[in-house]
Design a protein around this ligand. Structure first.
Ligand SMILES: NC(=O)c1ccc[n+]([C@@H]2O[C@H](COP(=O)([O-])OP(=O)(O)OC[C@H]3O[C@@H](n4cnc5c(N)ncnc54)[C@H](OP(=O)(O)O)[C@@H]3O)[C@@H](O)[C@H]2O)c1
Length: 365
């Protein structure tokens, strides 16, 4: 076991000193906290850069896992990082996969302290190698949204990550194309030979979807069916377009009726955002259509036997970046990791109209 340097007693972090929920952004504070204790499978990672995600703002607002014991203050948020291994637990060492000094990307575990800190403890099985071609800030944009898009498309919907004849030019409707998850999903689905129709409501977000490779972009603030008819035509007079795969990475309730109308017989809908109210499942019955859920923290939260799959996915995404088949979705770097900049990041995400990923890198005021 490689233990942390005993001279390291405290670390800088940005966190919350009070119980959740907290609406006031001023509650995000610069703190000095003890360095994390390692579990046997952990890497102690010195954080170089972080990505900020809606899960951070949702947790702050008390919309995370219900068990309050998981979120005792002081609470450190943040689940996307790139950093360097500084120490290891005995099982991480025994795995032979990691050495001190290795660079890591990970989205970690929503039930543990996060990575808005100089040091974070990360299960090595959930961690991957960053692309060699990217700096820390660009790499920190990848893990959480990359895992969500990959698991959603290829494990939940059952699509192949590689191009196949069956998928060639088949339509994926991606609702919410310009956000962090959508930006990865466009690229992964295009690489897998699908025709991607993404949705975005503003000129900037529409241009971003095109830049990432979407074949067409429609406006989710307007009814979707007429826009799809204009693009795809009608299969029969009076009928609506028939979409084999719909990935909704924005608002499950808000598009439920439209998705039920548009999904093809025997088609599938992917949802990643928890519903606010009941969803009428009977709308899918006549079509034998299915709803699939993706939650990228499922493996970590339940300790599933295939935890390593997340490390493998991250390393595969990094390879695809290095071969030029995927690009980082980092869009806005707000500067060093501190409370003032994280407040700005939370405010931007809560505004709901960021494009790609918001990242922070380095330490300083
Ligand atoms: N289940 C999981 O594992 C998982 C993982 C990651 C994220 N999530 C959840 O998925 C959602 C998206 O995450 P993200 O990181 O992609 O968020 P994000 O980066 O904050 O998404 C921003 C984008 O959302 C779009 N948007 C806003 N309102 C919309 C609406 N009503 N319909 C369609 N698009 C809309 C905006 O596009 P326009 O500006 O063009 O309107 C904007 O570009 C969040 O709720 C997040 O918590 C779940």
């Amino acid at each position: 076991m490689l233990l942390p340097d005993p001279s390291l007693e405290a670390m800088r972090a940005v966190g919350l000193r009070h119980h959740l929920p907290i609406s006031d952004l001023e509650a995000l504070l610069d703190l000095e906290l003890p360095i994390p204790e390692l579990r046997p499978h952990d890497l102690l990672v010195r954080v170089e850069a972080i990505g900020v995600n809606p899960v951070d703002t949702k947790l702050r607002a008390g919309k995370g896992p219900a068990d309050d014991r998981l979120h005792e203050p002081p609470l450190v948020l943040g689940f996307d990082c790139c950093g360097v291994v500084e120490a290891m637990g005995p099982l991480a060492t025994a795995s032979g996969t990691w050495r001190v000094g290795d660079r890591v990307i990970a989205a970690g575990d929503v039930t543990r302290q996060g990575c808005n800190a100089e040091l974070v403890a990360l299960d090595h099985r959930l961690s991957g190698r960053p692309p060699q071609s990217l700096g820390a800030a660009e790499a920190a944009a990848l893990p959480l949204t990359g895992l969500t898009a990959w698991e959603g498309l290829f494990e939940r919907l059952g699509l192949s990550p590689e191009p196949t004849a069956a998928q060639q030019d088949q339509t994926l409707l991606l609702i919410g194309g310009a956000g962090g998850v959508g930006s990865m999903a466009i690229q992964l689905a295009k690489r897998a030979s699908l025709r991607v129709i993404a949705t975005a409501s503003r000129p900037e977000s529409q241009a971003w979807c095109h830049e990432l490779g979407a074949d067409a972009v429609i406006d989710h603030s307007q009814p979707l069916a007429p826009q799809l008819v204009a693009l795809l035509g009608k299969p029969d007079p009076g009928s609506t377009p028939s979409i084999p795969w719909i990935a909704n990475v924005a608002d499950t309730d808000g598009y439920w009726d439209q998705m039920a109308e548009l999904v093809a017989p025997q088609g599938a809908i992917l949802a990643i955002v928890g519903n606010r109210g009941p969803l009428d499942q009977t709308l899918l019955k006549a079509k034998s259509a299915r709803l699939c859920w993706e939650f990228m923290f499922t493996r970590a939260q339940y300790g599933t036997p295939d935890l390593e799959q997340q490390g493998r996915i991250l390393s595969r995404i990094a390879e695809l970046v290095d071969t030029g088949e995927l690009r980082s979705t980092a869009h806005t770097n707000l500067g060093p990791i501190n409370a003032a900049n994280l407040r700005k990041a939370h405010a931007q995400l809560e505004g709901g109209c960021t494009v790609g990923k918001v990242v922070l890198s380095g330490w300083g005021l």
